[in-house]
Ligand binder design. Structure first.
Ligand SMILES: Cc1cc2nc3c(=O)[nH]c(=O)nc-3n(C[C@H](O)[C@H](O)[C@H](O)COP(=O)(O)OP(=O)(O)OC[C@H]3O[C@@H](n4cnc5c(N)ncnc54)[C@H](O)[C@@H]3O)c2cc1C
Length: 260
């Protein structure tokens, strides 16, 4: 079975702090990691390969330093790695990212394409579904369990209040949640192989055969026009009076803020 896993290198947002004076994000010294749910996708792909054979290919679109994420994926057990890196790809929104990834994936053989549910920096959860559309294959998002039955998959998809069981034929795109598994640590042998024997293939826009006008910032229908840090310090409010008045005041405030 040939499995492609799309991974994104992200800043570890659990380490990002807000400067109390300037109210801006402190990014200095924040480590870059593989997006957590992409690791769940990768772990599942490696487990399937270990059981059924085949190949796991990891792909990322990002700057040169994203190679580090691919090396880590190779150390965990991926077989092949592609880094889509070109100035033309920079500033991509989800649509341009999906288009770039799809152009690469169409050149490869695959039964299964895996993404994480959502990246912890962009936070949109759009790339997986848009990629499935671009590839013209079915998709199941929020996957928490997978069983293979011939050339079909039986997957459990998380819902707000439970889950649904879906049978889907391959090729298919899945987006992984953290409930799917516990990702392994790379072994020492895996780390040696990842740096000494395995290769990260770097692919540019011209090698992909993609029009630079259709990707990156130029190919993005959306634009981020401003980013601001949310106000973190809010004054608390203490209601006085008897219990009934306090509850009425509280409910009124919550309604005003559209919270209930
Ligand atoms: C030169 C360059 C610089 C970039 N700089 C930034 C940056 O500063 N900040 C930023 O957020 N993005 C950056 N990107 C990447 C790109 O803009 C985002 O990947 C894209 O907008 C994805 O949106 P999202 O984070 O909301 O993903 P989501 O839709 O939340 O991601 C869902 C899943 O899609 C897959 N996926 C998402 N993005 C990628 C990717 N790039 N490669 C492989 N798989 C992916 C992962 O499996 C992920 O779990 C850069 C790209 C390039 C080429």
């Amino acid at each position: 079975m040939n499995i492609i896993v799309c991974i994104k290198q992200v800043p570890d947002t659990s380490e990002v702090k807000i400067d109390p004076v300037t109210k801006t994000l402190i990014r200095e010294g924040v480590p870059s990691i593989i997006n957590p749910e992409d690791k769940n996708a990768l772990e599942e792909a490696i487990r399937i390969r270990e059981r059924y054979g085949g190949k796991v290919t990891v792909i990322t679109m990002g700057p040169q330093q994203a190679e580090e994420a691919l090396r880590e994926a190779l150390a965990m057990g991926a077989d092949e790695a592609y880094l889509l890196s070109d100035k033309a790809f920079a500033g991509a929104d989800t649509c341009a990212t999906a288009k770039t990834l799809a152009t690469m994936i169409k050149k490869l053989e695959y039964d299964l394409v895996f993404c994480g549910r959502q990246a912890i920096d962009g936070d949109t959860a759009q790339v997986g579904p848009q990629l499935a559309e671009q590839l013209g294959i079915p998709q199941v998002t929020y996957v928490k369990e997978i069983k293979i039955e011939g050339n079909s998959l039986i997957v459990k998809r998380t819902l707000e209040d439970g889950y649904e069981v879906i049978k889907v034929k391959m090729p298919v795109l899945l987006t992984a949640t953290k409930e799917l598994n516990t990702p392994r640590y790379p072994s020492i042998k895996g780390i040696f192989e990842a740096y000494r024997e395995k290769e990260v293939k770097i692919v540019t826009a011209s090698e992909l055969g993609i029009d630079p006008q259709e990707v990156g910032l130029k190919g993005s229908p959306t634009r981020v026009i401003a980013t601001t840090t949310p106000e973190t310090e809010r004054a608390g409010e203490i209601f006085t009076g008897n219990v009934k008045e306090c509850v009425q005041n509280l409910v009124q405030r919550l309604v005003e803020k559209h919270l209930i």
